[in-house]
Design a protein around this ligand. Structure first.
Ligand SMILES: [Zn+2]
Length: 150
């Protein structure tokens, strides 16, 4: 399957609370998936953990799984439990390093989006605007931060 998109997620966990790919794997199995739905998890210290094998379709973004690679950074909620870009500096660096590496490995990748950017275009104007976001994941403007030029 041709993967043309990278979709960024957050784990929707509170700032400072670290979870591993193994923990997310257990959550997803509890929800009835056969394994973790993401291909990669980025922990608070910037370490990149493997999730589902990248050669297999993920289970992270309805309608996009067959064409995308799913990356989840740990965090996404502030201390009050509100959506927030909680990425640590090591997480930001690891995310950019991983996206760059995936773009080289998968020349078919044309865009990097946030989960919320995959919301339906309710008014049909071709742009997914914040009022149309069904969820806030991953709590930052992915399209503005990751611009692929090739
Ligand atoms: Zn998500």
């Amino acid at each position: 399957m041709m993967r043309d998109t990278i979709v960024i997620h957050c784990s929707a966990t509170r700032v400072g609370h670290d979870v591993t790919a193994a923990v997310i794997d257990a959550w997803h199995r509890d929800r009835g998936f056969w394994s973790i739905g993401y291909h990669y998890v980025i922990c608070l210290d910037g370490s990149i953990e493997a999730g589902r094998d990248v050669t297999l379709d993920g289970a992270h973004c309805m309608g996009w799984n067959a064409r995308s690679i799913g990356i989840c950074y740990v965090g996404g909620l502030n201390e009050a439990g509100q959506p927030c870009d909680t990425r640590t500096q090591p997480q930001k660096e690891a995310l950019h390093k991983l996206v760059d590496a995936l773009c080289l490995t998968f020349p078919s990748v044309k865009q990097v989006i946030g989960h919320r950017d995959a919301s339906p275009d309710a008014d049909g104007n071709g742009v997914i605007t914040p009022n149309e976001f069904l969820k806030s994941c991953p709590c930052f403007d992915v399209k503005n931060e990751f611009i692929i030029t090739k």
